[in-house]
Design a protein around this ligand. Structure first.
Ligand code: GDP
Length: 429
């Protein structure tokens, strides 16, 4: 049985917390896309952690953490991250890395920096983790698979060939120092030694696990609106953020994914550039940012202040639809307890007419939010464990949003901890 935990919006919806919570009843947790460019924040009995590459199941001793073939694998960062948790008394997790995963190379990070520099003010707001150059190379068929680290002759020939290609751009477009194939080969030998203990034929391992009846959790990074096909292209990430891609990025049959938990935050936040229709500014945004998440809405990887906005029903309905949502986990609801009234974006006005269907990017840029105000509940809902015990206006907020997005909200998260969760029976399920 496979379950996926994915994001409906721009990322940072609280997937890490939901995955960490659901991992209690899972055997294997798999990262299937993305890289170290985004982070998950997890609060548990060991403390507060920001994970970038490791799946959010690493804190349990009964789970195996898998880096699937779809991930952009930064080997030194992975090793550093493992050390950062074991240094804080978390037992060494069981980690497997797909032999088909491709590696983020040192020059991918450089190319990311150089390109942002070249674009100046028109940049994509990259985290400069090398993700876009990495995936470009993967699909241009000049990427390096983990398995290739163990083929010395191939590695030697390929590093020389790739340096030749990269050096043309470095010299003529970026005017930067050239790559040396010998140095690169040396770095890759180091990567080989670091990763060797974890390398595995992951799709075969997962096939066996499924036959033995194990529960596998797929952990997505970012959200629908950052998907290269269905998101706000080109202000997207470079790998698919959809649950469907979990089948490819982990190497399992698509029909095995039975449960798709789409995480939606009770308000909106986004990092990086791109249209954000329900965005708010000034003091209103500052206050929500300060109170948001667990200690403020600032990027887990970059520390950048996140852009803030009200809940967007148009974007979230679309986000849930593209994920193939079976359950919505509605998070950080506790944060909204300070508001007298809570605006919700229920439609987009584009060229004089109102729509509830999420448009393509060029039309999205022209959209203005149609807001509806719901009454606040003006109280602290942390610690509540039963849905019926939530204040009436709080339940009305949840139920209004459920009706607007059309997908069942079966979990409500009212705090950052594993136990801060309210299960709910939804009329839509
Ligand atoms: P992810 O990338 O989707 O995992 O999201 P992030 O980890 O970047 O952001 C979610 C933030 O909200 C983290 O700091 C979490 O600890 C925190 N968080 C998650 N769920 C809740 C919740 O229900 N209430 C509060 N107050 N914080 C939460």
């Amino acid at each position: 049985m496979v379950k996926a935990v994915v994001g409906a919006n721009w990322g940072d919806e609280g997937k890490g917390k939901i995955t960490d919570m659901m991992a209690r009843d899972a055997d294997i947790i798999v990262r299937f896309q993305g890289g170290a460019n985004a982070g998950h924040t997890i609060v548990n009995n060991y403390g507060k952690f920001a994970l970038h590459t490791l799946p959010s199941g690493v804190f349990y001793s009964h789970t195996t953490s898998v880096i699937g073939n779809g991930v952009a694998l930064n080997i030194p960062l992975l090793i550093k991250e493992i050390r950062s948790i074991t240094d804080r008394n978390v037992p060494m997790p069981k980690i497997l890395v797909s032999d088909r995963a491709q590696m983020v190379m040192p020059y991918h990070i450089l190319f990311d920096e150089y390109e942002e520099e070249r674009l100046g003010g028109k940049s994509f707001g990259s985290t400069k983790s090398g993700i876009a150059p990495f995936y470009s190379d993967k699909y241009a068929k000049i990427g390096f698979q983990v398995s290739e680290l163990f083929e010395e002759a191939l590695l030697k020939e390929k590093t020389a060939r790739i340096c030749e290609i990269k050096n043309v751009t470095l010299e003529h477009l970026y005017h930067k120092p050239l790559l040396n194939p010998e140095d690169l080969l040396h770095t890759l030998r180091g990567y080989r030694d670091m990763i060797e203990p974890f390398v595995c034929d992951v799709s075969l391992y997962l096939d066996r696990a499924l036959k033995e009846g194990r529960t596998i959790l797929l952990e997505g990074q970012l959200g629908t609106l950052k998907d290269p096909d269905h998101g706000i292209y080109p202000m997207v990430t470079s790998s698919s953020t959809l649950a469907a891609y979990g089948a490819i990025g982990a190497g399992i049959p698509p029909y095995e994914i039975r449960e798709i938990v789409t995480v939606c935050k009770a308000y909106s936040s986004a990092v990086g550039a791109g249209a954000f229709v329900s965005e708010i500014f000034g003091e209103e945004a500052d206050e929500l940012r300060r109170r948001g998440g667990d200690g403020g809405e600032f990027g887990a990887t970059t520390g950048r202040p996140r852009r803030m906005g009200w809940f967007d029903c148009v974007a979230s309905k679309y986000g849930c639809r593209l994920q193939g949502t079976t359950d919505v986990a509605f998070t950080v609801l506790d944060v909204l307890g300070y508001l007298d009234e809570i605006p919700v974006c229920v439609g987009y006005e584009i060229d004089g007419s109102v729509t509830a269907d999420f448009p393509v990017t060029a039309r999205l840029e022209k959209a203005k939010p149609v807001l509806e105000k719901l009454p606040g509940w003006k109280s602290d809902i942390r610690g509540i464990r039963r849905y019926e015990e939530l204040p009436e206006n709080c339940r009305k907020y949840v139920e209004f949003i459920e009706q607007m997005i059309g997908y069942p909200i079966t979990m409500v998260s009212n705090g950052p901890g594993r136990e801060d969760i309210i299960y709910r029976k939804s009329p839509l399920k």
